[in-house]
Design a binder for this molecule. Sequence first.
Ligand code: SF4
Length: 374
Amino acid sequence: MNSYVPEKIIVDRAVRNDPFTQNLLEKFSDVPCEILENYSWHKNENNPDPAKNPLTEGKKILHLKYFAGNSIKSCPGITNGAVCCNYFTLDLIENCPLECSYCILQAFLNKPVITVHANLAEVLNQVRQHVSSQPQRLFRVGTGEHSDSLALDPVLEINKQVVPFFGELDNAILELKTKSNHVDHLLDLPHQGNTVIAWSLNPPYIVEQEEHKTAALHERLQAACKVLEAGYKVAFHFDPMIYYPDWENGYRQLVHQLLETIPVASIAWISLGTLRYIPKLKTMVEERFPKSTIFLGEFIQGEDGKMRYLKKVRQRMFQTVRQEIHKLAPQVTTYLCMEKVPVWQHTMPVHPTTNDELDDMLSNNFQQQFRQCF
Ligand code: SF4
């Protein structure tokens, strides 16, 4: 995988003297830099309309922002009537240098630049306050909602601060979700067992066809082996599973490759989810990735407005993968992402009916498996 190099850096004046900003500007001293009062893509008349600007160009601009909002939030899945795992998302970066054809960020973010919340100390302080308000609860917190958690990390080195920070918390687990193999800088960090590094997996055919600029499947698994040696826990997300003519073989082989490479006892969880998208994504994908085949198959719009495969197709895909996992590793915790109770009942061995039940299941399994007391 290539490392990201920005072509321009825009800095909000409020974070100009922040140590994070200073380090980055030193690292990229030959990259043009602009300091602005409060950069906003829409208000900057020199920039073209983001809807017409190729997103690939926008990603070459790095914006260091003072983030004044609430950085730790409930996962958006909690509102759509699905059984949600009560996950929390921590917003550190918006947008991603990788180019998955199906990436929802293309349609979701209102600006094409990559934005980094540079007031990291304040952002992490919000996390400390949030988790300390409920000391009896185990919080699972992920940074992969609005970007890949590690794709930019060799450049930004954000997780050199975030991983040790979570290592000091008594009741929170950090999950870093990635399709990269950028882990070398994490290996010596004092994670204290509180960080799970998770890979989103797809069969090699889909990785090559749809997940541009990401690490190959074997590189992701090699990276997982490296972090295991450094004492991290790992997790895997078969998400988004994509329907294609040879999907059954592809996903069965993927399960085998995973479980023959990674020791089962070190896997914290495996989630399953199929492709979902908001309707306006389709036009963007057709323009940006004309060779993509992700829209093969029949889709139906759900109550949350997102398009999904028909229920019977999703259920078959979940059953196939879950059964294959069960044959090789019956003890591994598996769960569905963004699916309602009837789909759980048709596909999974356990059927939590509420968010709290699923949250308890994941937290209890994690604690029992790794014998940690929170
Ligand atoms: S890795 Fe995730 S955030 Fe990055 S392009 Fe792919 S889907 Fe989008």
